[in-house]
Design a protein around this ligand. Structure first.
Ligand code: BYC
Length: 325
């Protein structure tokens, strides 16, 4: 008879073989507790980022400069709500409850991306968010399509497709403004000035200071380090800024022939730590809004649950009725 310790060893070895063969781990497969915890942490924080990320752009839906721009922005913000839902769903397959995840966000136990604590002050910010923030999201998320956890990897495939459209809408706004009047071009430049450095911080702390890199690499959740992805983004964004004829706000930015990469000046990691700790320009406003909307929507969730209970009870009565005939 196989005792519990043997069964556990077998399960562990099957898990490791799966990772070695680059196969997906699925919800019902055995997995180490740490793997499950890391995934719940990352996926739920990713979901929170998508949903909180709706706020800076959502505030511009009624102020978009044309009907076409309004429709496009509306579709983008709705996509982000959808991304949040796929991701909460993926975290639920690991046994996390939606209410617990939201409570963790409200109580400051779960983070969301630092980038969404900056305000969208002008229409050009909507361009800069789409161009820079969504480009950064794509660079970070493409490798997550190969993440070892099946439901997360599959959610990423769909999300990445939608992110490409988001990026293009942002770049198109920037292009229109940069080729517009002097005042429009100045507005685009000002947005780039304010969003450039916070976008670089989205990739997380330098690898040397990353808490989770080593475990996440071993578990094939992360495929690249924070610095490598940040560099990839910079190398893509600099020529795009040249096409726009806008200046990246970094006097030390320079092409390094030897490495084949752009080199940048120092990132203000104190600012990053401050924003992540809750003291960015909009942290309080973002969380207060999320709490308010959650409270306002409580009656909808209660009605949906009451309806589901009623439907279940009716189904049960019908089955009992059929059985007694
Ligand atoms: N902001 O060990 P590390 C979007 C935290 S949605 C805040 O490197 P990890 C979009 C990190 O959580 C974009 N916190 O961590 C939506 C950890 O703290 P905890 C969101 C950050 O997880 C709407 C600590 O710092 N994308 O694009 O290995 C509209 C140490 O870091 C940040 C994702 O969530 C940050 N920027 O790597 C438009 C992608 N960076 O958790 C666009 C999925 C780090 O121990 N997530 N921290 O308390 C990831 O790929 C990884 O979680 C990260 C960080 C690369 C972000």
């Amino acid at each position: 008879m196989v005792d519990a310790a043997d069964a556990l060893r077998d399960a562990q070895s099957r898990f490791e073989q799966r990772l070695t063969r680059d196969e997906r781990v699925e919800p019902k497969d055995w997995m180490p507790d740490g793997y499950r915890r890391t995934l719940i942490r990352q996926i739920s924080q990713h979901a929170h980022s998508e949903v909180i990320g709706m706020q800076p752009e959502g505030s511009w839906i009624t102020r978009a400069p044309s009907l076409e721009r309004k429709l496009i922005l509306l579709a983008k913000v709705q996509d982000e709500g959808g991304h949040g839902l796929y991701l909460y769903g993926a975290a639920e397959t690991l046994g996390a409850s939606r209410d617990d995840m939201i409570d963790a966000l409200h109580e400051g136990r779960a983070k969301y991306s630092s980038i969404f604590n900056y305000p969208a002050l002008t229409w050009a910010d909507i361009g800069a968010i789409g161009w820079l923030v969504d480009s950064a999201a794509i660079v970070n998320q493409i490798p997550l399509q190969r993440c070892s956890y099946g439901p997360y990897a599959r959610a990423m495939v769909r999300i990445c497709k939608e992110e490409s459209f988001h990026q293009r809408q942002g770049y198109d706004i920037m292009l229109t403004l940069a080729r517009g009047t002097a005042a429009q071009k100045a507005m685009a430049q000002d947005a780039l000035n304010r969003w450039w450095w916070p976008t670089l911080m989205m990739f997380g702390p330098p690898d040397a200071e990353s808490d989770h890199n080593s475990e996440s690499f071993a578990w094939k959740i992360k495929r690249y380090g924070n610095d490598e992805l940040r560099q990839k983004f910079i190398d893509q964004a600099v020529p795009q800024a040249e096409v726009l004829d806008l200046t990246i706000p970094d006097p030390e930015l320079a092409w390094d022939e030897a490495s084949g990469h752009y080199r940048i000046g120092p990132i203000d990691w104190d600012e990053f730590r401050r924003v992540v700790a809750g003291d960015g320009p909009c942290n309080r406003q973002r969380l207060a809004h999320h709490r308010r909307v959650r409270e306002d929507g409580a009656w909808v969730r209660e009605a949906v649950e009451a309806h589901a209970d009623k439907t279940r009870a009716r189904g049960l009565r019908a089955r009992v009725g059929t059985g007694s005939r």
